[in-house]
Ligand binder design. Structure first.
Ligand SMILES: *[C@@H]1O[C@H](CO)[C@@H](O)[C@H](O)[C@H]1NC(C)=O
Ligand SMILES: *[C@@H]1O[C@H](CO)[C@@H](O)[C@H](O)[C@H]1NC(C)=O
Ligand SMILES: *[C@@H]1O[C@H](CO)[C@@H](O)[C@H](O)[C@H]1NC(C)=O
Ligand SMILES: *[C@@H]1O[C@H](CO)[C@@H](O)[C@H](O)[C@H]1NC(C)=O
Ligand SMILES: *[C@@H]1O[C@H](CO)[C@@H](O)[C@H](O)[C@H]1NC(C)=O
Ligand SMILES: *[C@@H]1O[C@H](CO)[C@@H](O)[C@H](O)[C@H]1NC(C)=O
Length: 848
């Protein structure tokens, strides 16, 4: 009874499989090498030399190695625990450096139904134990670069405080994070929301508490630290609080200036001073004004030490660092100086005077007090990319800035795209010329939209969120350049032609540029041309290229299904539903396939008309349609009830007996030459969920992922089989880049126990909570000359939908900012000037 049931139309399987055996796979990232997404903070342990962690918003946490590379710590995260990859805060224990705490959870709105948790490690992140919280944590929410909101008492490390979002207040643990209780005496839980009108809840939820900072000097080892500072996301009302009795009672710090929202509160122990950076937004995209203040704890005096003023101040402040070995040395990053570049300031006298990382010469000359090196990720640097983010090289979204407490020359900062830093920081104070290096080696944070592995040419081509994607000629070397000419921040999909596999089609999402969003290549993605058949501003969705490469079928995002042959104007395909999954036959140029709802569709006239010969059983949501590259009409469809197979162009389907729900599916090289391609599936077999391979057309399976490789949300991921190497599969994740896996040793005999059941299709254990809601996307940018590319993480549509918060009728003066992602100021220019888009993040009033 191991065979699937073959019937005229698909029927629910009558079996559940109790267990599918597994095969050991070797998994590694396909190297991109430069991060590829927002790094909200980098935290050094103050007690153990060289120990540091970087947290990301959608891709977990990394630990620093002595050779500047990073090791991921949350690769065990699987579908059921997908929200662990959203890391909103991190604390490394100053007393016992083996202890590490992460506050995890992805969203506080409906996109993430799960509450958050503190992940506790006692072995520097090798293993974690979750401690559940009774509220949500928002690792990919606005304000995620603030903090840290989570802190370990430096005198009594069993005590931790965590500042929650959403008005949930301040929480305390006295048992190393094992359990938490609310600090009821802390009542000012934060009122600021970026956009109260946002009905998704993403920008209308309270940011809450921004930081918790212990004053280590106020206590002594072995007893609870008396003085604790807490920053709260309030704009224009009291927002820095202090306790002098270890958190029993709280009061506002006297004399504070609460004009802006405090982002970071960093203690300089030798100076007994708290430094605070402020912005008028929650970040990470916004912020047009801000301040830096220092608070002398001894005297109780606040001093404004904002590095710039007047028209030079057009950003907030985020990243803030002190050099604990050189009291008085402090650095602060402009959170977002979109033009002409990001900016970082350094002072060696406690903020009395500052120097900057660059300065204007006589316009447009810029003195760069740094030497730029992107050798670890050459694609970050100048290439032929399209988005004109002008001169941006230093970065943006700079909320994480740290100086190594054991090495004053070593510093790191996170941007929207990567980690930069260097090992000669002290030259800032002598020759004033530091080496700025790309230091994100090992961090793979991309959101993968799709992957193809054609039978000839490069082994892999990717379509990525925010940084377009790459031709991966090597899986182990960082690529030199992204796709270009045309390029769009996010590539939505990519496909190759079966008979002419060096011919590739790629589509964009319109997130960073308007205009045509279809590109064609005939040389495996090395060079591209615009498909002039595409209409301006039609974007996104899925794309399929016909077998002979002359016809593009395009299921757009919001403009229905379109088709074009020979780059003629795209025309509507009303016979295929606008939410259909699509695929091209890999041999017959006239044939395309589709699936929507419970129906399968086929076109035999080059995609002009589709008919539906059959249904897909009880499916309501097909996920993926794939085609045997060697046999026309041999098609597989995954759906919410399993996997379906036809060998007669959809006249009839077989539903496989094992899978009860399936997402990504792919075909790869056969086990035996000339045999049927290996079938890969991200699927559930009843309660067993993961990644599987079948060498016999879906009759028997082995699980190929393991407890150390979970790949996060199943429904966000894509998979592709390698047609040249048996066993090899590529998995594209939402936030942890691309993995490739190779079989190690032989597959064990399949051990399948079957249990008669008539209700097998009702229980899919995997439905826990994966949502595709949000590939956190970023956007990549490039200039044609000296500057670098970089990535901006934007929660795609959610962020771009932010509406303006400025008063109706307010106008911006000439040369002022009038738009851009997250910008909430006036969008109308004073008369005589026109609001002109410089880049997705910055529009400026240019005098006409
Ligand atoms: C508070 O800060 C704002 C912004 O930096 C500044 O304009 C204002 O003068 C300050 N208020 C006081 C009382 O210093
Ligand atoms: C803080 O204030 C005290 C008392 O006025 C003073 O002695 C000390 O030098 C100040 N600290 C710094 C770092 O300026
Ligand atoms: C810093 O050094 C680099 C490399 O030598 C040089 O190109 C750059 O002009 C220097 N910056 C300044 C402001 O002198
Ligand atoms: C495309 O969108 C841009 C920006 O909204 C707009 O200016 C332009 O007119 C649009 N083009 C077409 C053909 O609709
Ligand atoms: C491709 O399929 C169409 C429709 O079934 C058929 O008419 C045609 O002969 C096929 N072409 C080839 C080359 O097999
Ligand atoms: C980019 O190239 C254009 C066209 O050659 C040129 O006008 C522009 O100055 C270049 N931009 C930079 C930043 O060099």
């Amino acid at each position: 009874m191991l065979l699937s049931l073959v019937v005229g139309i698909a029927t629910a399987p009558l079996l559940t499989w109790a267990a599918v055996s597994s095969q050991t796979y070797n998994w590694a990232n396909v190297k991109i090498g430069g991060g590829g997404g927002f790094v909200p903070n980098i935290v050094f342990n103050p007690s153990q030399k060289g120990l540091a962690y970087a947290r990301t918003d959608i891709g977990g946490v990394y630990k620093l190695n002595s050779d500047d590379s990073w090791t991921p710590l949350l690769d065990f995260v699987d579908n059921a625990r997908w929200n662990y990859w959203g890391v909103d805060a991190l604390a490394t224990d100053p007393v016992d450096p083996d202890r590490l705490y992460l506050a995890t959870g992805m969203y506080t709105n409906s996109w993430d139904p799960n509450d958050g948790q503190i992940l506790i490690s006692t072995d520097q992140g090798a293993t974690f134990t979750p401690s559940p919280l009774p509220f949500k944590v928002g690792g990919n929410m606005p304000g995620r670069g603030m903090g840290e909101r989570l802190a370990v008492d430096p005198n009594m490390n069993s005590i931790l405080f965590f500042g929650a979002r959403s008005g949930n207040g301040l929480w305390k643990s006295t048992n190393f994070g094992a359990s938490w209780s609310k600090v009821s005496s802390f009542t000012n839980t934060g009122t600021y929301v970026p956009d109260p009108t946002d009905t998704t809840g993403y920008n209308s939820d309270k940011i809450g508490i921004s930081f918790v900072t212990f004053d280590s000097t106020s206590g002594k080892s072995g007893s609870a630290t008396p003085r604790i500072f807490v920053g709260v996301a309030n704009l224009g009302s009291t927002n820095v609080f202090v306790s002098n009795d270890a958190g029993s009672t709280w009061s506002a710090v006297a004399g504070q200036n609460s004009t802006y929202i405090p982002h970071k509160g960093v203690l300089s122990p030798a100076e007994k001073t708290l430094y605070v950076s402020y912005s008028n937004g929650a970040g990470p995209y916004d912020g047009t004004l801000g301040a830096v203040q220092r608070y002398n704890i001894t005297s109780g005096v606040w001093t404004d030490i904002t590095p710039v003023s007047g028209s030079d101040l057009y950003f907030g402040f985020g990243g803030l660092a002190v050099d604990v070995q050189n009291p008085g040395t402090v650095m602060v990053a402009a959170l977002n100086s979109w033009w002409p570049d990001g900016q970082i300031f350094r002072s060696t006298d406690g903020g009395a005077t500052w120097s900057a990382l660059w300065a204007w010469g006589s316009y447009p000359q810029i003195f760069k007090y740094y030497t730029y090196s992107d050798s670890k990720a050459p694609w970050l640097g100048p290439d032929t990319d399209v988005f004109d983010l002008g001169t941006l090289q230093i970065g943006w979204m700079m909320e994480g800035l740290s100086i190594d407490p054991f090495d004053s020359n070593h510093w790191l900062y996170g941007t929207g795209a990567t980690i930069y830093g260097g090992h000669d920081l002290l030259t800032w104070d002598t020759t004033h010329n530091v080496t700025l290096e790309s230091l994100a080696d090992g961090i793979e944070e991309t959101s993968v939209q799709n992957l193809i592995s054609p039978p000839t040419g490069p082994p892999l081509l990717s379509a990525l969120g925010d940084i377009e994607g790459f031709v991966h000629n090597s899986l182990t070397t960082a690529p030199a350049a992204e796709y270009s000419n045309p390029a769009w921040a996010t590539a939505a999909d990519i496909d190759f032609a079966g008979n002419k596999p060096t011919n590739i089609v790629r589509i964009g999402t319109g997130d960073s540029s308007t205009g045509k969003q279809v590109a064609l290549s005939s040389d495996s993605g090395n060079s591209w041309s615009q498909d002039y058949g595409a209409a301006d501003n039609v974007t996104g969705g899925k794309v399929a290229l016909s077998a002979d490469a002359d016809t593009v079928l395009w299921r757009t995002n919001g403009n229905g299904v379109l088709v074009s042959q020979y780059t003629n104007p795209f025309t509507a395909v009303p016979t295929l539903p606008s939410d259909a999954e699509i695929a091209s036959d890999k041999l017959n140029n006239s044939i395309f396939y589709g699936a929507s709802g419970s129906k399968f569709y086929i076109s035999v006239d080059g995609g002009h008309t589709f008919t539906s010969p059959s249904s897909l059983g009880a499916s309501t949501a097909p996920f993926k349609v794939i085609v045997n590259p060697g046999v026309t009409g041999d098609v597989w469809v995954s759906s919410d009830v399993g996997i379906f197979h036809t060998t007669n162009s959809g006249q009839s389907f077989t539903q496989l007996a094992g899978p009860t729900e399936a997402w990504g599916i792919a075909l790869g090289a056969p086990a035996k030459t000339g045999g049927y391609p290996a079938l890969f599936a991200a699927a559930s077999f009843g309660t067993q969920t993961g990644y599987f391979r079948s060498d016999d057309e879906g009759v028997s399976w082995v699980q190929i992922n393991d407890a150390a490789h979970g790949f996060g949300s199943l429904s966000s991921n894509c998979i592709s089989g390698d047609p040249r190497i048996y066993g090899r599969v590529y998995i594209g994740t939402n936030g942890r880049g691309i993995f490739y896996g190779d079989a190690s040793g032989s597959a064990p005999p399949t051990t399948i126990t079957s249990t008669a059941s008539s209700s097998s299709k009702t229980s899919s254990a995997s439905s826990t909570s994966s949502t595709k809601t949000t590939s956190s996307s970023s956007s990549s940018v490039k200039t044609n000359s000296t500057s670098s590319s970089s990535t901006v993480k934007s929660s795609s549509s959610t962020v771009s939908s932010t509406s303006t918060g400025s008063a109706p009728g307010a106008t911006q003066s000439a040369y002022g900012q009038c738009g851009g992602t997250g910008f909430t100021g006036p969008t109308i220019c004073a008369s005589g000037s026109t609001c002109t888009v410089s880049n997705p993040y910055y529009s400026q009033c240019i005098p006409s």
